[in-house]
Design a protein around this ligand. Sequence first.
Ligand SMILES: C[S@@+](CC[C@H](N)C(=O)[O-])C[C@H]1O[C@@H](n2cnc3c(N)ncnc32)[C@H](O)[C@@H]1O
Length: 210
Amino acid sequence: MDDVGVDTTTTRSRDFWEGRYRAAAQDGTSLWGAGPNGWIAEQVGRLALDPGLALDLGAGEGRNTRWLAERGWRVIATDFAPAAVEGIRAATAGLAVDAVVADATAWTAPERADLAIVCYLQLPAESLAAAIARAAESLAPGGVLLGIWHDREDLARGLGGTMTPAIRTTQEETAAAAGAAGLVVELSDRRDRETPAGLACDCLIVARKP
Ligand SMILES: C[S@@+](CC[C@H](N)C(=O)[O-])C[C@H]1O[C@@H](n2cnc3c(N)ncnc32)[C@H](O)[C@@H]1O
């Protein structure tokens, strides 16, 4: 996923995202494409998780939500932009999806979940730690958090022009936040991803609630 937004703020506000989703809906375009994030799909397969309740936090247009729901998962998808949530509802009609307007730094699920996905939810460190802590609280024992973010390394590679350093993160920071939230980090890594501008870098975690 290439993030093409022009960002002049240190963080990305709800109004910023609401405007982007409203504009995309008017143009009939998609910001993130139809398929799931490749790494998320790969990890759900690798972990051979039995479909249960999944959370998709900062779900955007719901590409990961839809993919999971089509594979038998019940999904609660949240985003703080109401236009995103409207789009998720339209894109997942008929599937076992509950789409909710919620701030990932403050929301916990009404029932404990088997899987929580955090996919390119780029927040300043303190907010990101809060979102990971809320995700951890929402998991049942044995539940898994899958997180993927744009790594701060992109700034060094010259690919960081569209996002500010404050909302970039690293595998060390995300793993530390997951550990502080009481999760056991099973995988903490970085990996390259091809983009038209060159190789971008993502950081990733797989963490489990004991
Ligand atoms: C880069 S998009 C990724 C969307 C989706 N996860 C995907 O990968 O297709 C980031 C999303 O996070 C949402 N977001 C940002 N901050 C949030 C917050 N504090 N709580 C909930 N959603 C948030 C934005 O509205 C946006 O939809």
